[in-house]
Design a binder for this molecule. Structure first.
Ligand code: MEV
Length: 410
């Protein structure tokens, strides 16, 4: 079904199921001292509807329950009309650190006065990004009048990198601009590098889960909504909870980022820095009860992702993942990732605020033990169900059950 959905060639299907995929020759071209390749499970999250469009979403992740939980969550949001998502233009920030200037305020003004010239210079090294309608957009100057190494002027170049993540483009541009900045300010430029706090490049997603969807035995829909809202506020006020809450958000986002060959460290760095923008590390999401008594959630997060260049182009499975997503732009990928993050967070909060997460986790754990004990096919489920019924989820028990049940055809 996935092959049909994504119109995958036989070769792409081989890559997806792990028979082909990234080989050691490609790996050797990607990094240094490559001696092999490292695999991760690739799951498909189902039920997602974002801006009225249905998606099947590839997720690369080693953690059990994540894909199942997010698919289940997406089904509940679908009942509330699906996700609406939006994103900014894909604008990256490059930084230049200027030192040894006598008057930082005057230097900042001098830089801003040369805005047009600096933008034109940056575009000269913009290459294909400029050809595709991207390019330098703005110059900003930030003053740190007193630092342990003296006054510091930080000059930002804002550059629309279109469908590229844009690290190379922005780094090339700030390296190119640095001598001009030295000339204008009379100072010395030290670092020239992108900022991973890519807050010019945010994606947003919002969705509603009808209270009726949340009803469970012993818990009314209204109670579940209240509990989830309370759980969300816990993460807003307490950094200890926010770290765990946001880890759950990133379970979803990272898995999409990795599946599509993007730089998840960059996304992680930006997401957490943005979550601390108020000077207090807080939640990446917001949850509230709407006027109809239903649960609503939203997320806003910087997402610098690309669909061209880098590993997205080289990694055969990343290519397949992008084809399954059937997306046209990097912005669409960012919007999908934001919706997945929101859904993943909802899944965790719903479980935590109702039955707790251990029952689902123990089932997955039991599955892994059954497989490790040698079960295959139907036998896996029978071993799992028996261990759960006995409340005895251990490898030794799984091994005994595999032996007993494989001869028992009933
Ligand atoms: C586990 O990977 C993620 C959770 O801890 C997230 C959360 O607590 O919200 C379940």
């Amino acid at each position: 079904m996935i092959a049909q959905w994504g119109n995958l060639s036989p070769q792409q299907q081989q890559a997806l199921i792990g028979l082909a995929g990234l080989n050691s020759v490609q790996a050797d071209h990607m990094i240094e001292n490559a001696v092999g390749v490292y695999g991760l499970p690739l799951g498909i999250a189902t039920n997602f509807q974002i801006n009225g469009k249905d998606y099947l979403i590839p997720m690369a992740i080693e953690e059990p329950s994540v894909v199942a939980a997010v698919s289940n969550a997406a089904k509940m949001f679908r009942a509330g009309g699906g996700f609406s998502a939006s994103s900014d233009d894909p604008v990256m920030i490059g930084q230049m650190q200027v030192l040894d200037v006598a008057d930082v305020q005057a230097a900042a003004q001098a830089v801003l006065a040369q805005r047009e010239r600096l933008l034109a210079e940056a575009d000269k090294v913009g290459g294909s990004i400029v050809k595709h309608g991207g390019g330098a957009r703005d110059i900003q100057a930030r003053v740190f009048a007193q630092t342990p190494v003296g006054p510091m002027l930080i000059v930002h170049l804002l550059m629309d990198t279109r469908d590229a993540m844009g690290a190379n483009a922005i780094n090339t541009a700030v390296e190119h601009l640095a001598p001009f900045i030295e000339d204008i300010t009379g100072g010395r430029v030290n670092l020239r590098i992108l900022s991973n706090l890519s807050d010019q490049r945010k994606a947003r997603a919002e969705g509603m889960v009808p209270a009726s969807e949340l009803e469970r035995e012993g818990v009314s829909g209204a109670e579940a909504v209240r509990n989830i809202v309370e759980a969300g506020v816990f993460a807003e006020v307490d950094p200890y909870r926010a770290a765990t809450h946001n880890k759950g958000v990133m379970n979803g986002i990272d898995a999409v980022i990795i599946a599509t060959g993007n730089d998840w460290r960059a996304v992680e760095a930006g997401a957490h820095a943005y979550a601390a923008r108020g000077g207090h590390y807080s939640s990446m999401t917001k949850w509230w009860q709407d006027d109809g008594g239903n649960l609503r959630g939203s997320i806003e997060i910087p997402l610098s992702v690309g669909i061209v260049g880098g590993a997205t182009r080289v990694h055969p499975v990343a290519q397949v993942a992008l084809q399954i997503l059937a997306i046209q732009t990097a912005r669409e990928l960012a919007e999908i990732a934001a919706a997945v993050g929101l859904a993943q967070n909802f899944a965790a909060l719903r479980a935590l605020a109702t039955e707790g997460i251990q029952s689902g986790h123990m089932r997955m754990h039991a599955r892994q033990l059954a497989v490790a004990a040698g079960a295959a096919g139907d036998l896996v489920a029978r071993v799992v169900e028996t261990m759960i019924a006995e409340k005895n989820i251990r490898l030794e028990r799984a091994k005994v059950l595999v032996e007993e049940l494989k001869t028992d055809k009933s």
